[in-house]
Design a protein around this ligand. Structure first.
Ligand SMILES: [Zn+2]
Length: 241
């Protein structure tokens, strides 16, 4: 089916969706980015439309930049699984899910294709604008499910999205000194920023994967503390939302 939408080349409806279950007054407030971890976009499409798989996303972007819509934006696609972000446990109800065709860590982790990113940027820009989604709520699957997921991973070019104000940029100027007296204080701050801190090591890995991808070891260090402090400071002072 050919949709009348310049940003969407293909429409392949998935049966894997239901109605959003949002609290009264709440609306779509997040975007979750994923990789498919499959050998090809066709293989991913087959899985995302197979009723037995019970998974889907709103959009799938092939490495060649072809955008396929699987689930209408006002419906609840099944992409995030057991997840948490800024107090929200039903991330699927609150979010739009975008799958990027990619072999993932299991299939030979590599940079994302330029054509794919060229398709993602305008699609994400439209989604963020249409639903007035805060930049701080454009996240990776690993941010909302740190104990289970590593996608889209440390090679995903968040900086490129940040250039277009589609996600938060990595803080460039960092406060000197140590903003948190101990790891417990750091963890509470991490939870305040949005993360599920059930597994301390895994959540630090997820934070590093997103905010300091060149060094991921799950250990809290001075730079990580300074990055988190700056992110919270920027948000509290209204420089970001
Ligand atoms: Zn995922």
């Amino acid at each position: 089916m050919m949709p009348e939408d310049e940003l969407v080349q293909r429409e392949v409806p998935s049966p894997n969706w239901n109605e959003r279950a949002l609290p009264p007054g709440a609306k779509i407030s997040m975007v979750v980015l994923h990789y498919t971890e499959m050998a090809s976009a066709d293989a991913a499409l087959a899985r995302l439309t197979d009723p037995a798989s019970e998974v889907s996303a709103h959009y799938l972007i092939a490495e060649d930049g072809t955008v396929t819509r699987l689930v209408a934006e006002d419906k609840r696609a099944w992409h995030a699984g057991a997840s948490f972000w800024r107090g929200t446990r039903d991330v699927n109800s609150a979010s739009i899910g975008i799958e990027l065709d990619h072999p993932g860590h299991a299939g030979g982790y590599r940079p994302f294709a330029d054509a794919q990113l060229d398709a993602l940027v305008p699609l994400l820009a439209r989604i963020v604008k249409a639903h007035d989604i805060p930049r701080a709520n454009v996240v990776g699957h690993s941010d909302v499910a740190p104990t289970r997921k590593t996608d889209p991973g440390e090679l995903f070019p968040w900086a490129r999205l940040a250039q277009y104000r589609l996600c938060l940029p990595r803080p460039q100027t960092l406060e000197l000194g140590d903003p948190f007296p101990n790891d417990g204080a750091f963890m509470l701050a991490l939870e305040r920023f949005g993360y599920d801190i059930t597994d301390g090591h895994k959540v630090v890995e997820a934070f590093q994967r997103r905010w300091r991808p060149e060094h991921i070891d799950g250990i809290v260090d001075g730079e990580i503390r300074a990055i988190l402090f700056q992110l919270l400071l920027d948000r509290d002072q209204g420089r970001t939302r």
